[in-house]
Design a protein around this ligand. Structure first.
Ligand SMILES: [Zn+2]
Length: 301
């Protein structure tokens, strides 16, 4: 990957400031989403408000976005104690955590270790994505969690049960989902997007902690949860069909990559064949730059 490839892949053609401007929408009783508005490098943000405490899911990127999200959380939660978790260590999902000085921050072990190992690398990489991105990273601090769990953790917010789960390596080493079994609401982070090609952060030698086949297996686990409402990492809130669409795309990308490789095609030739086909198959999906990264990732498995 060159830096300009990454910038194009992550930011797109038009420089739009990665700033949270959405207002919270209640998608289930006490469950709010601040929509990303399909702005590059802004995630969907969740706030779950129980009787006794509230949980924030993802912060957006940088201290100023973090303050905005913290302010929204306080509006919704009043003086309830706040928990903060993030879906994974990527900057646009978690690098506003420093605004949550009054919150208990909960990460799984892989997330915590991945932030420790690659957090600064990603700050440095994202700073090359253009002045709009670099501006949001000014003054960023990488914040350590207060609580680290292995595999599974449950939170009782008071009338709101929340399950935090990870199945390890997929889009990152420690992708975490947030599931509310009573409301059947699932926050997926970047395991699932709505009308964006799956993001493969396959940047060897700096970062190759992404695995498409394990990702497919995780999506099968998510389908078994039978969520009614799926909040993707990026793009509009939807239903369980978003998970199936992501899985089917990854399965197709894997099978076509392997078929063409079996016929002797190299990575560049496979990408040249598949990119136009997939863009035609998914005409309203954005961020097609990630198709190439996905091909290279499946070839590396
Ligand atoms: Zn991500």
């Amino acid at each position: 990957m060159t830096e300009s490839d990454a910038a194009t892949a992550a930011v797109g053609e038009e420089p739009v400031p990665p700033v949270v401007t959405g207002r919270p929408e209640e998608i289930a009783d006490g469950v709010f989403v601040v929509p990303d508005g399909r702005v590059p490098l802004v995630p969907n943000i969740g706030v779950v408000v129980g009787d006794r405490a509230a949980l924030v899911v993802d912060t957006a990127m940088g201290p100023r976005n973090g303050e905005v999200v913290h302010g929204i959380a306080r509006e919704l939660a009043g003086d309830r104690p706040l928990y903060l978790t993030v879906t994974h260590f990527h900057p646009e999902h978690g690098y506003g955590a420093q605004a949550f000085r009054d919150a208990t921050i909960v990460y799984n072990r892989e997330q915590h270790e991945e932030l420790r190992d690659k957090g600064q690398l990603y700050v440095d990489m994202f700073r090359t994505f253009g002045p709009e991105v670099a501006e949001q990273l000014e003054g960023v601090e990488l914040v350590q969690p207060n609580v680290v769990y292995d595999g599974a953790a449950d939170l009782d917010l008071g009338g709101k049960q929340v399950r935090l789960r990870t199945w390890g390596l997929a889009h990152t080493r420690g992708d975490q989902i947030v599931f509310l079994p009573a409301e059947r609401v699932l926050f997926t982070g970047d395991l699932v997007e709505n009308r964006f090609f799956s993001i493969f952060p396959h940047f060897p030698p700096d970062d190759a902690d992404v695995n498409g086949s394990k990702w497919i297996a995780v999506l099968e686990q998510l389908e078994r949860l039978e969520p009614a409402i799926v909040v993707p990492g990026h793009g509009e809130v939807g239903g369980a069909g978003l998970i199936a669409a992501a899985r089917e795309y990854l399965e197709l990308l894997r099978s076509e990559t392997k078929r063409l490789a079996g016929e002797g095609a190299d990575a560049d030739a496979i990408i040249a064949t598949l990119e136009p086909q997939l863009k035609e198959r998914y005409p309203d999906w954005g961020a097609s730059e990630w198709i190439a990264f996905g091909v290279r990732c499946f070839l590396a498995e």
